[in-house]
Write a new protein. Structure first.
Length: 135
C-alpha cells in the first residue's frame, strides 16, 4: 500500500479518503478521553490555614492564605516563605482546613472617618489668574 506524503508526514490512503466531518468527530472523541474532571472552587478567606497535597521542603504542611483572587497567595508557617498558586492549581492541591479565620480578621470593614462625616461638600473657591478668589 502506498502512503502519500501529506502535511509533512506519511499518511495511509484510507485516512485521506475520509471527509472533514469524520476527521473532526474522530478528533473530538480523542480529546474527550483526555478531558480532566472539574474541580470545585474552594471558598477560602484571608487568614485561613490550609493543608496541601505535599509538604513544603522545610518540612511543614501548614499554609496561611495571604491573598485571595484569581491567584492564591500562601505563606508557609514553618519558614515564612511566600508563594503564589493559580486558583485551579490551589483547588487541585487542597486537602483541608487546619484553622478557619474569624469573621473580624478575615474581612476588615472600613468605617468612614470622622473628618469625612463632618466635611462640607461645598465647592472650593475658584482662583482667577492674577486675581482674587471668587466664591
Amino acid at each position: 500500500m502506498a502512503f502519500p506524503r501529506i502535511g509533512g508526514r506519511y499518511t495511509p490512503l484510507y485516512r485521506t479518503a475520509r471527509c472533514e466531518s469524520c476527521t473532526l468527530s474522530a478528533y473530538l472523541s480523542r480529546n474527550r478521553r483526555k478531558a480532566r474532571m472539574a474541580v470545585p472552587i474552594t471558598p477560602v478567606k484571608l487568614g485561613d490555614v490550609v493543608k496541601l497535597k505535599k509538604p513544603h521542603p522545610c518540612g511543614t504542611n501548614e499554609w496561611e492564605i495571604v491573598r485571595v483572587g484569581a491567584d492564591i497567595g500562601l505563606k508557609c508557617r514553618g519558614c515564612d516563605r511566600r508563594v503564589m498558586l493559580v486558583r485551579s492549581e490551589f483547588d487541585r492541591r487542597f486537602r483541608g482546613f487546619i484553622e478557619r479565620a474569624s469573621a473580624e480578621t478575615a474581612e476588615p470593614t472600613t468605617a468612614p472617618l470622622a473628618s469625612e462625616e463632618t466635611a462640607s461638600h461645598d465647592t472650593p473657591p475658584v482662583v482667577q489668574p492674577g486675581g482674587e478668589p471668587t466664591a
